[in-house]
Design a protein around this ligand. Structure first.
Ligand SMILES: [Mg+2]
Length: 117
């Protein structure tokens, strides 16, 4: 069993014990994923770049951020587990697509979109 599968099983068990399958259709899980990702973003709202980096030095703020990242990961794992998405395969396939769009010789050191390289 891979680490990702182990984590997905942990999430599935947590939800099964609470009878939450009934609430975890794709729409609700997508809403949960974006909501939790927005809570990550909220931690940096109105901060300068240097202030954003300071979040990681403050143990209370860092823990809050770790919680929101974990919430986001929870929904990614749950979405994949409920709807049979192989996360490792999907990530590998997507990185291959991105590598084709962003060849190293053109993309290195650039933050331009692939159609503007
Ligand atoms: Mg949250």
């Amino acid at each position: 069993m891979t680490q990702i599968e182990r984590m997905a099983d942990e999430v599935a068990q947590f939800c099964k014990e609470r009878d939450w399958d009934q609430f975890h259709g794709p729409k609700d899980l997508a809403i949960g994923l974006v909501t939790e990702a927005s809570e990550v973003l909220e931690k940096f709202r109105f901060l300068s770049e240097s202030e954003a980096l300071e979040v990681f030095q403050d143990s209370e703020k860092r823990t809050e951020l770790e919680d929101e990242i974990a919430d986001t990961l929870f929904f990614i794992l749950r979405f994949a587990q409920r709807h049979k998405i192989d996360l490792e395969k999907s990530l590998t396939a997507k990185i291959a697509k991105s590598a084709a769009k962003y060849p190293i010789e053109k993309a290195r050191g650039s933050n331009r979109k692939y159609d503007q390289l």
